[in-house]
Design a binder for this molecule. Structure first.
Ligand SMILES: [Zn+2]
Length: 194
């Protein structure tokens, strides 16, 4: 279990790198106004909370039992995509309360899902797997171990499928964050050479 600050930094600096880049660039160009930066706080709030959300049960365990148990919320494993539903709801409600626009609210929900999934990916790297697909599949899956599969052992087709699926999952998390951030004005653009 990486420290909480590592989860937040991983999400902000790696998965949401485009927002950091756009903000720093605008700042040094003198284009970052108070009005223009108004989206930063909701994004930072939802991103930070949801990148820590899978470990949220630790608060309950510490207060009630004095333990560090944080992997279960009743019968549901907290490090599963199923448990991301309350985090997504938090993003949507926060977005709606602040902006009163369903489109912005949905995008903040998507951003929450990306933050939650980034936590699972980091735990996957450090601990070797999470119960991503509970209740469809109740064992740990390690996206990063799948990258190390050998085609000598599995056959070429399985090797290609596994490699594609594992890389695509990581790509999906990054794309969710990019897509959500573009709604809030943070993006890189292709610039055609003249
Ligand atoms: Zn965790």
């Amino acid at each position: 279990m990486p420290y909480p600050v590592v989860h937040v930094l991983f999400f902000v600096l790696c998965i949401s790198a485009v927002a950091v880049y756009a903000t720093v660039k605008s700042f040094f160009r003198g284009e970052l106004s108070l009005k223009g930066s108004k989206h930063l706080l909701p994004l930072l709030f939802v991103g930070s909370v949801c990148s820590l959300f899978p470990d949220i049960m630790i608060v309950h365990s510490l207060l009630v039992n004095g333990t560090m148990e944080h992997c279960w919320a009743g019968p549901i494993p907290t490090h599963s995509l199923l448990f991301s539903l309350p985090a997504v709801l938090l993003g949507i409600v926060t977005g709606y309360v602040i902006y009163r626009e369903p489109r912005k609210a949905i995008h903040l929900g998507l951003f929450a899902e990306a933050a939650f999934a980034s936590h699972l990916l980091l735990d996957d790297i450090s601990e070797g797997g999470c119960e991503y697909l509970y209740p469809l599949y109740e064992k740990d899956i390690s996206v990063f171990s799948m990258l190390d599969v050998s085609f000598m052992r599995t056959g070429l087709l399985d090797y290609l499928m596994t490699s594609f699926v594992s890389v695509f999952l990581i790509f999906s998390v990054i794309m969710m964050a990019l897509f959500a951030l573009s709604e809030y004005g943070f993006e890189l653009k292709y610039r055609a050479e003249k």
